[in-house]
Ligand binder design. Structure first.
Ligand SMILES: *Cc1c(COP(=O)(O)O)cnc(C)c1O
Length: 410
Protein backbone atom coordinates (compact mmCIF):
# COMPACT_ATOMS: atom_id res chain seq x y z
CA UNK A 1 0.00 0.00 0.00
CA UNK A 2 1.29 3.45 -0.92
CA UNK A 3 0.76 6.60 1.12
CA UNK A 4 -1.73 7.71 -1.55
CA UNK A 5 -3.68 4.49 -0.96
CA UNK A 6 -3.75 5.30 2.76
CA UNK A 7 -5.04 8.79 2.01
CA UNK A 8 -7.70 7.22 -0.17
CA UNK A 9 -8.86 5.11 2.78
CA UNK A 10 -9.10 8.27 4.86
CA UNK A 11 -11.31 9.94 2.27
CA UNK A 12 -13.70 6.98 2.40
CA UNK A 13 -13.54 6.59 6.20
CA UNK A 14 -16.99 6.98 7.82
CA UNK A 15 -15.31 7.71 11.19
CA UNK A 16 -13.00 10.44 9.89
CA UNK A 17 -15.27 13.20 11.18
CA UNK A 18 -14.54 12.23 14.81
CA UNK A 19 -10.99 13.51 14.60
CA UNK A 20 -12.13 17.13 14.94
CA UNK A 21 -13.97 16.30 18.15
CA UNK A 22 -10.65 15.72 19.94
CA UNK A 23 -8.14 18.16 21.36
CA UNK A 24 -4.88 16.78 19.96
CA UNK A 25 -1.67 18.79 19.57
CA UNK A 26 -0.52 19.33 16.01
CA UNK A 27 2.60 17.52 14.93
CA UNK A 28 1.82 14.50 17.10
CA UNK A 29 0.76 11.06 15.94
CA UNK A 30 -0.86 9.62 19.03
CA UNK A 31 -0.50 5.86 19.20
CA UNK A 32 -1.18 5.60 22.92
CA UNK A 33 -4.92 6.10 23.22
CA UNK A 34 -4.97 2.57 24.65
CA UNK A 35 -3.09 3.86 27.68
CA UNK A 36 -4.57 7.35 28.03
CA UNK A 37 -7.14 8.53 25.53
CA UNK A 38 -6.91 12.22 24.49
CA UNK A 39 -9.48 14.77 25.67
CA UNK A 40 -12.62 15.22 23.63
CA UNK A 41 -13.22 18.97 23.20
CA UNK A 42 -16.58 18.40 24.86
CA UNK A 43 -14.80 17.16 28.00
CA UNK A 44 -13.21 20.59 28.49
CA UNK A 45 -16.60 22.24 28.22
CA UNK A 46 -18.24 19.67 30.48
CA UNK A 47 -15.58 20.02 33.16
CA UNK A 48 -15.83 23.79 33.03
CA UNK A 49 -19.59 23.65 33.44
CA UNK A 50 -19.53 21.10 36.25
CA UNK A 51 -16.82 23.00 38.08
CA UNK A 52 -18.15 26.53 37.72
CA UNK A 53 -21.89 26.10 37.59
CA UNK A 54 -22.72 22.83 39.28
CA UNK A 55 -20.01 22.91 41.93
CA UNK A 56 -19.42 26.66 42.20
CA UNK A 57 -23.02 27.88 42.07
CA UNK A 58 -25.04 24.80 42.87
CA UNK A 59 -22.80 23.71 45.72
CA UNK A 60 -24.15 20.77 47.70
CA UNK A 61 -27.57 21.23 46.10
CA UNK A 62 -26.14 19.80 42.88
CA UNK A 63 -26.26 16.28 44.29
CA UNK A 64 -29.97 16.60 43.56
CA UNK A 65 -30.38 19.43 41.06
CA UNK A 66 -27.52 18.37 38.74
CA UNK A 67 -28.26 14.67 39.28
CA UNK A 68 -24.80 13.94 40.66
CA UNK A 69 -26.11 11.19 42.90
CA UNK A 70 -27.34 9.17 39.91
CA UNK A 71 -24.14 9.64 37.89
CA UNK A 72 -22.56 6.21 38.63
CA UNK A 73 -25.60 4.45 37.21
CA UNK A 74 -26.35 6.96 34.46
CA UNK A 75 -22.80 6.82 33.10
CA UNK A 76 -22.71 3.06 33.69
CA UNK A 77 -25.81 2.75 31.56
CA UNK A 78 -23.95 4.40 28.69
CA UNK A 79 -21.05 1.97 29.03
CA UNK A 80 -23.59 -0.87 29.06
CA UNK A 81 -24.51 -0.04 25.47
CA UNK A 82 -20.90 -0.61 24.39
CA UNK A 83 -20.50 -4.00 26.06
CA UNK A 84 -23.84 -5.68 25.39
CA UNK A 85 -25.28 -5.20 28.87
CA UNK A 86 -28.53 -3.77 30.23
CA UNK A 87 -28.37 -0.27 31.64
CA UNK A 88 -29.06 -1.51 35.18
CA UNK A 89 -26.12 -3.93 35.09
CA UNK A 90 -23.24 -1.42 34.97
CA UNK A 91 -22.04 1.21 37.45
CA UNK A 92 -19.03 3.51 37.44
CA UNK A 93 -16.90 3.55 40.59
CA UNK A 94 -13.38 3.29 41.93
CA UNK A 95 -10.39 2.02 39.92
CA UNK A 96 -10.36 -1.18 37.91
CA UNK A 97 -8.13 -2.81 40.54
CA UNK A 98 -10.68 -2.10 43.28
CA UNK A 99 -13.61 -3.28 41.18
CA UNK A 100 -11.79 -6.49 40.33
CA UNK A 101 -11.20 -7.10 44.04
CA UNK A 102 -14.86 -6.47 44.83
CA UNK A 103 -16.21 -8.68 42.07
CA UNK A 104 -13.77 -11.55 42.67
CA UNK A 105 -14.79 -11.52 46.34
CA UNK A 106 -18.40 -11.24 45.22
CA UNK A 107 -17.96 -14.28 42.98
CA UNK A 108 -16.75 -16.31 45.97
CA UNK A 109 -19.91 -15.25 47.81
CA UNK A 110 -21.97 -16.60 44.91
CA UNK A 111 -20.17 -19.96 44.90
CA UNK A 112 -19.98 -21.03 48.56
CA UNK A 113 -17.89 -24.15 49.12
CA UNK A 114 -15.63 -23.41 46.16
CA UNK A 115 -12.26 -21.84 46.93
CA UNK A 116 -10.30 -21.45 43.69
CA UNK A 117 -9.89 -18.22 41.74
CA UNK A 118 -8.36 -19.17 38.40
CA UNK A 119 -6.42 -16.79 36.16
CA UNK A 120 -3.61 -16.84 33.65
CA UNK A 121 0.09 -16.24 34.19
CA UNK A 122 1.12 -12.98 32.58
CA UNK A 123 -2.25 -11.34 33.19
CA UNK A 124 -2.07 -7.59 33.81
CA UNK A 125 -0.15 -7.21 37.09
CA UNK A 126 -2.78 -5.23 38.98
CA UNK A 127 -5.33 -7.95 38.30
CA UNK A 128 -3.01 -10.55 39.80
CA UNK A 129 -2.09 -8.28 42.71
CA UNK A 130 -5.72 -7.57 43.56
CA UNK A 131 -6.42 -11.32 43.56
CA UNK A 132 -3.31 -12.05 45.63
CA UNK A 133 -4.44 -9.45 48.15
CA UNK A 134 -7.90 -10.97 48.29
CA UNK A 135 -6.68 -14.52 48.96
CA UNK A 136 -4.19 -13.23 51.54
CA UNK A 137 -7.12 -11.69 53.37
CA UNK A 138 -9.32 -14.77 53.14
CA UNK A 139 -6.77 -17.33 54.38
CA UNK A 140 -8.03 -20.90 53.88
CA UNK A 141 -11.23 -19.74 52.28
CA UNK A 142 -9.67 -18.93 48.91
CA UNK A 143 -6.65 -19.65 46.78
CA UNK A 144 -5.38 -18.18 43.55
CA UNK A 145 -4.31 -20.54 40.79
CA UNK A 146 -2.61 -19.18 37.68
CA UNK A 147 -1.86 -21.32 34.64
CA UNK A 148 -0.54 -20.68 31.13
CA UNK A 149 -3.30 -19.59 28.72
CA UNK A 150 -3.14 -22.86 26.77
CA UNK A 151 -3.84 -24.80 29.99
CA UNK A 152 -6.62 -22.58 31.22
CA UNK A 153 -9.75 -24.41 30.09
CA UNK A 154 -8.47 -27.74 31.38
CA UNK A 155 -7.71 -26.17 34.76
CA UNK A 156 -11.34 -25.19 35.44
CA UNK A 157 -12.68 -27.75 37.92
CA UNK A 158 -15.32 -28.39 40.57
CA UNK A 159 -13.47 -26.18 43.07
CA UNK A 160 -13.26 -23.19 40.71
CA UNK A 161 -15.45 -20.38 41.96
CA UNK A 162 -14.48 -17.85 39.31
CA UNK A 163 -12.26 -17.57 36.25
CA UNK A 164 -10.68 -14.11 35.91
CA UNK A 165 -9.34 -13.19 32.48
CA UNK A 166 -8.46 -10.04 30.59
CA UNK A 167 -10.31 -10.18 27.28
CA UNK A 168 -7.55 -8.46 25.32
CA UNK A 169 -4.03 -8.91 26.65
CA UNK A 170 -2.26 -5.68 27.47
CA UNK A 171 0.98 -6.77 25.85
CA UNK A 172 0.27 -9.20 23.05
CA UNK A 173 -3.25 -7.93 22.19
CA UNK A 174 -4.32 -11.58 22.11
CA UNK A 175 -8.10 -11.81 22.36
CA UNK A 176 -9.84 -14.51 24.34
CA UNK A 177 -12.99 -16.02 22.82
CA UNK A 178 -15.33 -14.41 25.35
CA UNK A 179 -18.45 -16.55 24.71
CA UNK A 180 -16.45 -19.79 24.55
CA UNK A 181 -14.52 -19.17 27.76
CA UNK A 182 -17.65 -18.05 29.57
CA UNK A 183 -19.38 -21.27 28.49
CA UNK A 184 -16.35 -23.32 29.57
CA UNK A 185 -16.48 -21.79 33.05
CA UNK A 186 -20.23 -22.34 33.32
CA UNK A 187 -19.87 -25.96 32.20
CA UNK A 188 -17.92 -26.58 35.42
CA UNK A 189 -20.25 -24.49 37.56
CA UNK A 190 -17.80 -21.60 37.82
CA UNK A 191 -18.43 -17.92 37.22
CA UNK A 192 -16.60 -15.79 34.70
CA UNK A 193 -15.13 -12.36 35.50
CA UNK A 194 -13.86 -10.42 32.48
CA UNK A 195 -11.47 -7.49 32.53
CA UNK A 196 -12.47 -5.29 29.57
CA UNK A 197 -9.83 -2.56 29.95
CA UNK A 198 -8.55 -2.91 26.37
CA UNK A 199 -11.98 -3.85 25.02
CA UNK A 200 -14.51 -1.18 25.97
CA UNK A 201 -14.68 1.42 23.21
CA UNK A 202 -12.42 -0.67 20.99
CA UNK A 203 -13.79 -4.13 20.31
CA UNK A 204 -17.47 -5.03 20.28
CA UNK A 205 -18.52 -7.55 22.91
CA UNK A 206 -21.96 -8.77 23.94
CA UNK A 207 -21.87 -9.75 27.60
CA UNK A 208 -25.55 -10.61 27.77
CA UNK A 209 -25.44 -12.82 24.68
CA UNK A 210 -22.49 -14.69 26.22
CA UNK A 211 -24.33 -14.90 29.56
CA UNK A 212 -21.31 -13.33 31.21
CA UNK A 213 -21.53 -12.99 34.98
CA UNK A 214 -19.16 -10.21 35.98
CA UNK A 215 -16.86 -7.69 34.31
CA UNK A 216 -14.73 -4.66 35.03
CA UNK A 217 -12.96 -2.13 32.83
CA UNK A 218 -11.36 1.25 32.88
CA UNK A 219 -12.51 4.65 31.70
CA UNK A 220 -9.31 6.37 30.64
CA UNK A 221 -8.19 4.17 27.72
CA UNK A 222 -10.38 3.85 24.62
CA UNK A 223 -13.28 5.58 26.39
CA UNK A 224 -11.22 8.78 26.61
CA UNK A 225 -12.43 9.56 30.13
CA UNK A 226 -9.28 11.36 31.27
CA UNK A 227 -6.34 10.52 33.54
CA UNK A 228 -7.51 8.49 36.52
CA UNK A 229 -11.07 8.35 35.21
CA UNK A 230 -13.26 6.12 37.36
CA UNK A 231 -13.66 2.52 36.23
CA UNK A 232 -16.78 0.45 35.66
CA UNK A 233 -18.18 -2.79 36.94
CA UNK A 234 -20.80 -5.10 35.43
CA UNK A 235 -22.88 -7.55 37.43
CA UNK A 236 -25.42 -9.61 35.49
CA UNK A 237 -28.91 -8.89 36.76
CA UNK A 238 -29.37 -12.52 37.83
CA UNK A 239 -26.53 -12.16 40.36
CA UNK A 240 -27.31 -8.74 41.78
CA UNK A 241 -29.56 -9.77 44.66
CA UNK A 242 -27.17 -12.46 45.95
CA UNK A 243 -23.67 -11.06 45.36
CA UNK A 244 -21.96 -9.71 48.48
CA UNK A 245 -19.46 -6.89 48.17
CA UNK A 246 -16.43 -7.10 50.47
CA UNK A 247 -16.29 -3.30 50.75
CA UNK A 248 -19.31 -1.94 52.54
CA UNK A 249 -20.00 1.77 52.52
CA UNK A 250 -22.94 4.11 52.63
CA UNK A 251 -23.35 4.39 48.86
CA UNK A 252 -23.96 0.64 48.69
CA UNK A 253 -26.64 0.80 51.38
CA UNK A 254 -30.26 0.29 50.38
CA UNK A 255 -31.07 3.73 51.85
CA UNK A 256 -27.90 5.80 52.29
CA UNK A 257 -29.81 8.76 53.64
CA UNK A 258 -31.64 6.77 56.29
CA UNK A 259 -28.31 6.87 58.20
CA UNK A 260 -28.84 3.53 59.91
CA UNK A 261 -26.10 1.99 62.04
CA UNK A 262 -26.35 -1.40 60.37
CA UNK A 263 -25.35 -2.13 56.80
CA UNK A 264 -28.21 -3.24 54.59
CA UNK A 265 -26.99 -3.60 50.99
CA UNK A 266 -28.93 -2.33 48.01
CA UNK A 267 -30.15 -5.33 46.04
CA UNK A 268 -29.29 -3.76 42.67
CA UNK A 269 -25.99 -2.64 41.10
CA UNK A 270 -25.64 0.07 43.78
CA UNK A 271 -24.72 -2.69 46.23
CA UNK A 272 -21.29 -2.80 44.59
CA UNK A 273 -20.64 0.91 45.09
CA UNK A 274 -18.86 1.90 48.30
CA UNK A 275 -18.26 5.64 48.71
CA UNK A 276 -19.06 9.02 47.22
CA UNK A 277 -18.85 9.12 43.40
CA UNK A 278 -16.03 11.22 41.84
CA UNK A 279 -18.17 13.77 40.04
CA UNK A 280 -15.44 15.59 38.10
CA UNK A 281 -14.05 12.31 36.80
CA UNK A 282 -17.52 11.08 35.93
CA UNK A 283 -18.22 14.31 34.02
CA UNK A 284 -15.18 13.91 31.78
CA UNK A 285 -15.90 10.22 31.27
CA UNK A 286 -19.47 10.94 30.30
CA UNK A 287 -18.26 13.39 27.65
CA UNK A 288 -16.02 10.68 26.22
CA UNK A 289 -18.88 8.20 26.24
CA UNK A 290 -21.34 10.55 24.60
CA UNK A 291 -18.88 10.92 21.74
CA UNK A 292 -18.14 7.20 21.56
CA UNK A 293 -21.83 6.37 21.39
CA UNK A 294 -22.18 8.39 18.18
CA UNK A 295 -19.96 5.84 16.42
CA UNK A 296 -21.09 2.42 15.20
CA UNK A 297 -19.13 -0.11 17.34
CA UNK A 298 -18.71 -2.48 14.38
CA UNK A 299 -17.09 0.31 12.35
CA UNK A 300 -14.88 1.26 15.30
CA UNK A 301 -13.54 -2.28 15.65
CA UNK A 302 -13.14 -2.78 11.90
CA UNK A 303 -11.19 0.46 11.48
CA UNK A 304 -8.98 -0.20 14.50
CA UNK A 305 -8.08 -3.65 13.19
CA UNK A 306 -7.45 -2.24 9.71
CA UNK A 307 -5.11 0.40 11.17
CA UNK A 308 -3.29 -2.23 13.19
CA UNK A 309 -2.97 -4.50 10.15
CA UNK A 310 -1.68 -1.61 8.06
CA UNK A 311 0.94 -0.85 10.70
CA UNK A 312 2.10 -4.46 10.97
CA UNK A 313 2.26 -4.90 7.21
CA UNK A 314 4.13 -1.64 6.58
CA UNK A 315 6.62 -2.15 9.40
CA UNK A 316 7.35 -5.71 8.34
CA UNK A 317 7.69 -4.75 4.68
CA UNK A 318 10.02 -1.85 5.37
CA UNK A 319 11.99 -2.90 8.45
CA UNK A 320 14.93 -5.19 7.86
CA UNK A 321 15.86 -5.64 11.52
CA UNK A 322 15.88 -9.36 12.42
CA UNK A 323 15.66 -8.45 16.14
CA UNK A 324 12.12 -7.11 15.63
CA UNK A 325 9.29 -9.57 16.26
CA UNK A 326 5.52 -9.27 16.33
CA UNK A 327 4.16 -10.17 19.78
CA UNK A 328 0.83 -11.94 19.72
CA UNK A 329 -1.38 -13.27 16.97
CA UNK A 330 -1.26 -12.06 13.39
CA UNK A 331 -4.88 -12.97 12.70
CA UNK A 332 -7.01 -9.84 13.20
CA UNK A 333 -9.92 -11.85 14.59
CA UNK A 334 -7.69 -13.03 17.42
CA UNK A 335 -6.41 -9.63 18.51
CA UNK A 336 -7.36 -6.24 19.88
CA UNK A 337 -6.50 -2.77 18.62
CA UNK A 338 -2.90 -2.42 19.75
CA UNK A 339 0.25 -3.85 18.22
CA UNK A 340 3.33 -4.87 20.17
CA UNK A 341 6.73 -5.55 18.72
CA UNK A 342 9.45 -7.21 20.75
CA UNK A 343 12.95 -5.81 20.39
CA UNK A 344 15.84 -5.82 22.89
CA UNK A 345 16.04 -2.03 22.46
CA UNK A 346 12.28 -1.56 22.73
CA UNK A 347 12.55 1.27 25.24
CA UNK A 348 15.03 3.30 23.18
CA UNK A 349 12.97 2.69 20.02
CA UNK A 350 9.86 4.14 21.68
CA UNK A 351 11.90 7.18 22.80
CA UNK A 352 13.25 7.66 19.27
CA UNK A 353 9.66 7.55 17.96
CA UNK A 354 8.64 10.15 20.58
CA UNK A 355 11.46 12.41 19.42
CA UNK A 356 9.69 12.40 16.02
CA UNK A 357 6.32 13.23 17.58
CA UNK A 358 5.00 9.67 17.47
CA UNK A 359 3.78 8.59 20.88
CA UNK A 360 3.71 4.91 21.83
CA UNK A 361 4.74 3.18 25.03
CA UNK A 362 7.04 0.51 26.40
CA UNK A 363 6.17 -2.54 28.45
CA UNK A 364 9.05 -4.29 30.16
CA UNK A 365 11.08 -6.20 29.37
CA UNK A 366 11.14 -5.71 25.60
CA UNK A 367 7.78 -4.56 24.18
CA UNK A 368 7.31 -1.45 22.04
CA UNK A 369 3.54 -0.98 22.03
CA UNK A 370 1.38 1.10 19.70
CA UNK A 371 -2.37 1.60 20.01
CA UNK A 372 -4.75 2.29 17.14
CA UNK A 373 -7.70 4.24 18.49
CA UNK A 374 -10.15 4.42 15.60
CA UNK A 375 -11.89 7.68 16.44
CA UNK A 376 -8.98 10.06 15.98
CA UNK A 377 -6.31 8.29 13.91
CA UNK A 378 -6.03 8.38 10.14
CA UNK A 379 -4.64 5.72 7.82
CA UNK A 380 -2.07 8.24 6.56
CA UNK A 381 -0.81 8.84 10.10
CA UNK A 382 -0.40 5.13 10.64
CA UNK A 383 1.41 4.84 7.33
CA UNK A 384 3.78 7.64 8.44
CA UNK A 385 4.32 6.06 11.85
CA UNK A 386 5.25 2.72 10.29
CA UNK A 387 7.65 4.49 7.95
CA UNK A 388 9.25 6.28 10.90
CA UNK A 389 9.68 3.04 12.83
CA UNK A 390 11.27 1.35 9.84
CA UNK A 391 13.61 4.33 9.34
CA UNK A 392 14.59 4.36 13.01
CA UNK A 393 15.42 0.66 12.89
CA UNK A 394 17.34 0.91 9.62
CA UNK A 395 19.44 3.86 10.80
CA UNK A 396 19.74 2.57 14.39
CA UNK A 397 18.45 6.02 15.35
CA UNK A 398 17.46 4.60 18.74
CA UNK A 399 21.13 4.10 19.62
CA UNK A 400 21.63 7.26 21.68
CA UNK A 401 22.28 7.52 25.41
CA UNK A 402 19.38 9.90 26.02
CA UNK A 403 16.94 7.34 24.62
CA UNK A 404 18.01 4.86 27.28
CA UNK A 405 17.17 7.07 30.27
CA UNK A 406 14.13 5.47 31.87
CA UNK A 407 11.29 7.71 33.00
CA UNK A 408 9.08 6.77 35.97
CA UNK A 409 6.16 5.97 33.67
CA UNK A 410 7.09 4.00 30.57
C1 LIG B 1 -5.17 -0.45 32.39
C2 LIG B 1 -5.54 -1.73 33.05
C3 LIG B 1 -5.92 -1.76 34.40
C4 LIG B 1 -5.93 -0.49 35.20
O1 LIG B 1 -6.28 -0.66 36.53
P1 LIG B 1 -6.50 0.64 37.43
O2 LIG B 1 -6.84 0.10 38.75
O3 LIG B 1 -7.64 1.40 36.80
O4 LIG B 1 -5.25 1.42 37.42
C5 LIG B 1 -6.32 -2.97 34.94
N1 LIG B 1 -6.32 -4.11 34.20
C6 LIG B 1 -5.94 -4.11 32.90
C7 LIG B 1 -5.97 -5.36 32.11
C8 LIG B 1 -5.52 -2.93 32.30
O5 LIG B 1 -5.14 -2.93 31.02
Amino acid sequence: MTREDAQGLDLADPLARFRDAFDLPSGVIYLDGNSLGPPPLSAHERLERVSRREWGEGLVRSWNSAHWIEAPQRVGGKIARLIGAQANEVAVADATSVNLFKLAAGALSLRPGRTTILSETGNFPTDLYALQGLVALLGDRARLKTVAPEDLVAAIDADTAVVVLTHIHYKSARRWDLPALTAAAHAKGALMLWDLCHTAGAVAVDLNAAQADLAVGCGYKYLNGGPGAPAFLFVAECHQAAIVSPLWGWMGHAEPFAFEDGYRPASDIRGLITGTPPILGLAALEAGLDLQLEADPALVEAKGLALANLFIARVEAAAADPALGLAGPRDAAARGLHVSFTHPEGYAIVQAMMARGIVGDFRAPDIARFGFSPLFLSYAEVWDAARALADILAARAWDRPEFRVRAAVT
